[in-house]
Design a protein around this ligand. Structure first.
Ligand code: NAD
Ligand code: MG
Length: 420
């Protein structure tokens, strides 16, 4: 009877994980839950699942959670990154579903890997930031990292058709998001509501915006690099509007294995829970005859330059991923808050990444316009070295790079070129 911890249980993946666990029946038991806020929903989940321990992001949420729990329900309440790391390492937890959004998920994912748990990983930002550390901790701790991201679950499944050294190339598919088919869409005036309308997947807010810029695919290229030890040349991306073929693995003999399924995250979630077994599932099935045709095309990296940044980060490695991830989180948040235009998200992330990789003098935006000098007040100007790229960073260096990227992005966004 595997004990499951669901971190990020009130989110899109978290709620679908609870559905999948329920559908699997009483052999699968939720022992711990955690979320950032939304304590009412968390309290309801805790009562419904009978979880022994519940984690929240801060003390205020912990107080609110204790109030929201009905009398008689008394799970352990833990707080903050350390509390969540402790949840992920509990003896009664066998599987940690890491479904927190953003860099906040990293400490608990590392703790689960260190403690030798099965890590069902949806939180791609943890890998983007610190993939080399997370995979090394998993190897040392004897943890299995089973991807939940649909493309990576597909690669994981298709890779079983051969040996790693027989793999020539992995292709991740991308729907293209809401604007790919609309070359005329004025991306300067797109509203958060429009960008949140994803054509095929229903997901949390950050990943939906990332899908619209194609930054999500950039993060997934980096994720694939760390999960499967693939070089940038061994990874490619195809636009596939039906989101039915999730990924393809090409072997040295030219044979290609693809994994298909409806765009329904409950499938890769269940696979990560039941692996290496497969269990019957009640979700709608793939109907290829109803779909009729599947389409594929090369991505337009000129219109969607985020994708190129993903490959660049794979080539450079080190702290580049933490900077890309931190900058993107801040930029997406600023767009959702109405502080910047949709069309500002990728340029600001690119600018911060270039400052990190090349220094303030080397900032050359890909559109050829003059980026001007490093922003006033930038920590670089003061000679602080937190921004310097490092090839083999430890955790402290990664967290410093992430913090620098967030601050640098915020500084860039206050400049008139990026704010509305
Ligand atoms: P979401 O915004 O719907 O949910 C995020 C969850 O994280 C919430 O429960 C929130 O309370 C929790 N959280 C946020 N900050 C926290 C903190 N500091 N401490 C504890 N909990 C915190 O996001 P989502 O769409 O479910 O995505 C979660 C992760 O899964 C992301 O990394 C995303 O890229 C990845 N993913 C999602 C999908 C999808 O279909 N939604 C698909 C593939 C991968
Ligand atoms: Mg995905």
């Amino acid at each position: 009877m595997p004990g499951i911890a669901i971190l990020g249980s009130t989110g899109s993946i978290g709620r679908m994980t609870l559905e999948a666990v329920r559908a699997l029946g009483p052999e699968y038991r939720v022992v711990a839950l955690a979320a950032g806020s939304r304590v009412e929903a968390l309290a309801t989940q805790a009562v419904e699942t009978g979880a022994c321990a519940v984690g929240v992001a801060d003390e205020a949420s912990a107080r609110a959670l204790r109030k929201a729990l009905p009398e008689g329900a008394s799970p352990d309440v833990v707080v903050g990154p350390e509390g969540l790391a402790a949840l992920a390492s509990r003896d009664d937890v066998d599987v940690v579903v890491s479904a927190i959004v953003g860099g906040a998920g990293l400490p608990a994912a590392l703790a689960a890997a260190r403690a030798g748990k099965r890590l069902a990983l949806a939180n791609k930002e943890a890998l983007v930031m610190a993939g080399h550390l997370l995979m090394a901790e998993a190897r040392a701790g004897g943890a299995q990292v089973i991807p939940v991201d649909s493309e990576h679950s597909a690669v994981y499944q298709a890779m079983a058709g051969g040996r790693r050294e027989e793999v020539r190339r992995v292709t991740l598919t991308a729907s293209g998001g809401p604007f790919y088919r609309r070359p005329d869409a004025d991306r300067d005036t797109v509203t958060p509501e429009q960008a949140l309308e994803h054509p095929t997947w229903s997901m949390g807010r950050k990943i939906t915006i990332d899908s619209a810029t194609l930054m999500n695919k950039a993060l997934e290229v980096i994720e694939a690099h760390y999960l499967f030890d693939l070089s940038a040349d061994e990874i490619s991306v195809l636009i596939h509007p039906e989101s039915t073929v999730h990924a393809l693995v090409e072997f040295v003999d030219g044979s290609v294995l693809a994994q298909l399924g409806p765009p329904d995250m409950r499938m890769p979630i269940q696979y990560a829970l039941t692996y290496p077994d497969r269990q019957p599932a009640p979700w709608p099935r793939l109907d290829l005859a109803a779909l009729g045709a599947l389409h594929f095309e090369q991505p337009d990296v000129r219109r969607f330059p985020a994708l190129g940044l993903g490959f660049e980060v794979v080539r450079r490695g080190g702290t580049a991923g933490a900077v890309l991830s931190g900058a993107d989180e801040v930029a997406v948040e600023a767009f959702l808050d109405g502080r910047i235009r949709f069309s500002d998200i990728v340029p600001v992330v690119e600018r911060v990444l270039r400052t990190h990789l090349d220094g303030p003098e080397g900032v050359q935006p890909s559109d050829g316009t003059d980026a001007g000098p490093a922003p006033k007040g930038s920590r670089l100007r003061k000679g602080v070295q937190a921004s310097a790229w490092s090839a083999e960073p430890d955790l402290a260096t990664i967290l410093a790079a992430d913090a620098w990227a967030r601050e640098e992005t915020t500084t860039c966004l206050t400049r008139s070129t990026f704010s509305k």
